[in-house]
Design a binder for this molecule. Structure first.
Ligand SMILES: [Zn+2]
Length: 344
């Protein structure tokens, strides 16, 4: 089992100052992977910068130039949440290029699966707008490249970040070749991701939103994976699966109110891996989105790699949420989504 990972120190140069999305996130991940001996079990994949042509598959050219210009002028705030430094444009090119390379490596068979440990993250970035810490939509760009360059016809994107990936949804809202499935806290930032958003006419049903109430934890997520994501994926028959892997769903994360544990992430990854093995020769590409509690983030990413490698022992020192608050039953929600998407 060959599992690849993308990483480069350029990702640390996207300097956001006092901001939850900062370079310490990747430093914590890399040092944890090294300390636990996991890095030696992985195959390094060198990222490259995405080209303007590749970025333009998802973004407006004027927007791309704007991001370059802001960096050249030393950086600045793009919206209330999203900040750039002078090296952010280059880091963002390598973030998109890193996910493209991970995808190429998986499709070419250099590795069985891969995880791109990149920043800035991408799933909120839209055609012409940076938002929610995201500059370029890494997963959407890599997906469009795979469709164009490898003549793929069906790609599944699973997004388990605690926030809805509005940018990714918008990029494929009218494209029946991409099934986008998102689990997210709702109502919450960025406000999109209701059950009613299911894709535009030509692509009706290829967006599946699973808006979960605050307080949802391992039990709720696993239920949703088994009852909605698995049957939807089997019906779609993807040739490749990309995952917007955000770990801000962990109970210790301070940006949101979900209660997933490291063990819960491992179980979710196990299900996704099972889908990959069954449906598309194990072709899986993970890309880092959110996750702001450093200990939870590093441990969850190690657990993700362990699952991809087939290591069965999961270390979960943080354990289950200490002050578990009652979650409303999600059975009616699941029923509604299954009816809406004819997954009965
Ligand atoms: Zn997030």
């Amino acid at each position: 089992m060959k599992v690849g990972f993308v990483y480069d120190p350029i990702y640390l140069k996207h300097d956001t100052g006092q901001h939850p999305e900062n370079a310490k996130r990747l430093e914590a991940i890399i040092s944890h992977l090294e300390r636990t001996g996991l890095t030696q079990q992985l195959t390094p994949i060198r990222p490259r910068a995405a080209s303007i042509e590749e970025l333009s598959l998802v973004h407006d050219e004027q927007y791309i130039s704007h991001i370059r210009d802001v960096a050249q002028k030393g950086g600045g705030w793009l919206d209330v949440d999203t900040v750039m430094s002078s090296n952010s444009y280059e880091a963002a090119l390598y973030a998109a290029g890193g996910v493209i390379r991970a995808t190429e490596a998986v499709i070419n068979g250099e590795v069985d699966s891969a995880f791109a440990l990149v920043r800035p993250p991408g799933h909120h970035a839209t055609y012409e707008q940076a938002m929610g810490f995201c500059l370029f939509n890494n997963v959407a760009i890599a997906t469009k490249c795979a469709l164009a360059n490898y003549k793929l016809e069906r790609i599944l994107i699973v997004d388990f970040d605690v926030h809805h990936g509005n940018g990714t949804q918008a990029a494929f809202y009218g494209n029946p070749q991409v099934l986008y499935i998102s689990t997210h806290e709702y109502p919450f930032y960025p406000g999109t991701g209701s059950i009613e958003e299911t894709g535009s006419e030509t692509a009706e049903g290829t967006t599946i939103n699973i808006p979960l109430p605050a307080g949802s934890g391992d039990t709720e997520y696993l239920e949703v994976f088994e009852q909605i994501i698995v049957p939807a994926a089997i019906r779609f028959k993807p040739q490749l699966i990309l995952v917007s892997a955000g770990y801000d769903t962990h109970w210790a994360d301070e940006l949101a109110l979900m209660q997933v544990s490291v063990t819960g992430f491992a179980q979710m990854v196990k299900i996704i891996k099972g889908l990959g093995d069954e449906l598309c020769d194990g072709r899986l590409v993970f890309s880092l989105e959110g996750g702001y509690n450093l200990e939870a983030l590093a441990a969850s990413i190690k657990a993700t790699f362990d699952m991809l490698l087939g290591n069965t022992a999961i270390e979960d020192r943080l354990g289950q949420p200490p002050r578990s608050f009652k979650t409303p039953s999600i059975a009616p929600l699941i029923k509604k989504i299954k009816e809406r998407h004819k997954l009965v």
